[in-house]
Design a protein around this ligand. Structure first.
Ligand code: ATP
Ligand code: MG
Length: 337
């Protein structure tokens, strides 16, 4: 029998999901769940690496994240949604993997470097207060991926260094202890990095520049009205460049019908920013309406969400325990069998 290939994806419960996640990964996950054995990880342990002083935030976002998945069309009969902290084998494997990576290698990780620079409150102006846990989160992520022997990891492009790190660790493990793990492939979707409302290169939950899938119509309107536009356009009929404007940028995602007209009018100076933003807000609101409706259903059936998480975690743990047996035998720490 041809076994289905395994996918591992996931998110940190640091906030609700935004349109960057939708175009960057969720859309893809919904498609892939029909062909692959898909595990979706709610990475609460990883979220705690930079939210260790705010555990309530992480806890509150677990269900929000699960509801976002379900609202987008993740089907718990096809995908296994599970909680990272409830699989202690992952923490165990992280420990074993940590011997296989140098501190210098972790310090060179470009995504971790960017994130440390963004978290000055926590890690100091020059990263001098970086914690062992945050610096090491790529190792824990390697364990997340390896423990399911994932073949494929669909990610945004900020995650590519993590997958490369995982491949290195897995190769090293296999060469020392014998082959246990698969080297995973990263798959970057059509929209590897959706920009933020403020023009930041990345829309991020922790960056305060996101349109969330769960935002109300009023919130969407307010956020779009405040989005960064071409700063050279002062008056309503000034000619402007939609390519340097966040509203123009999101029109590309949400306004397949009107995009050309909007862009031409912007360039010709015949459409003001307010009209342009109103059109965009309307399109986003319409686009996300079915998701908001599904979300409301799950918000009213939270027991169902609990059940899905409990069942998913049970199934994932069973699989993780099987692989851990192989790991311990390979590492010669399978005492008293
Ligand atoms: P945080 O700011 O707390 O790190 P985040 O918005 O970066 O949150 P994560 O949970 O870290 O979200 O990322 C989950 C997945 O979503 C990753 O694969 C990541 O690459 C992808 N992703 C996150 N933001 C974007 C974005 N703006 N565009 C495309 N993909 C994204
Ligand atoms: Mg992130």
């Amino acid at each position: 029998m041809n076994e289905r290939k395994i996918i591992l994806t996931g998110d940190r419960p640091t906030g609700k999901l935004h349109i960057g996640h939708y175009f960057g990964s969720l859309q893809n996950r919904v498609k892939l769940q029909d062909e692959y054995n898909q595990y979706i990880l709610i990475a609460d342990v990883q979220a705690l690496t930079d939210n260790f002083n705010n555990p309530q935030k992480v806890r509150n976002n677990i269900k929000e994240l699960a509801i976002d998945y379900l609202a987008c069309g993740i089907d718990p009969n096809k995908s296994t949604i599970y909680l990272q902290s409830m699989i202690p084998e992952v923490a165990e494997l992280t420990m074993f993997f940590s011997n296989l990576v140098t501190v210098a290698r972790l310090q060179r990780n470009p995504t971790v470097k960017t994130e440390i620079a963004q978290k000055k409150d926590l890690f100091g102006n020059n990263g001098e207060s970086i914690t062992y846990g945050f610096l090491g989160y790529p190792v824990s992520q390697a364990a997340d991926i390896a423990i399911f022997n994932a073949d494929i990891v669909p990610v945004g492009d900020d995650q590519l260094p993590m997958i490369e790190q995982t491949r290195e660790i897995v190769r090293k493990f296999n060469s020392i202890y014998g082959k246990v793990f698969t080297e995973p492939e990263a798959v970057v979707g059509k929209f590897p990095r959706v920009k933020g409302l403020d023009g930041n290169a990345k829309m991020g939950k922790s960056l305060g520049n996101a349109i969330y899938l769960s935002d109300s119509e009023e919130e969407i309107q307010r956020k779009v009205m405040g989005a960064l536009t071409d700063t050279t356009k002062i008056k309503k009929d000034d000619k402007a460049n939609p390519e340097v404007c966040m509203v123009g940028y999101y029109h590309k995602l949400f306004s397949s019908k009107e995009k050309e007209e909007v862009f031409n009018e912007c360039k010709a100076g015949s459409r003001g920013c307010v009209a342009c933003k109103k059109q965009l807000a309307k399109n986003i609101i319409e686009y996300l309406a079915p998701l908001r409706e599904k979300r409301r259903y799950y918000e009213q059936h939270l027991n169902l969400v609990d059940e899905i998480l409990i069942e998913g975690t049970k199934k994932a743990r069973k699989r993780a325990m099987e692989v851990m047996k192989q790991v311990k035998s390979a590492m010669k720490i399978d005492y008293f069998k």
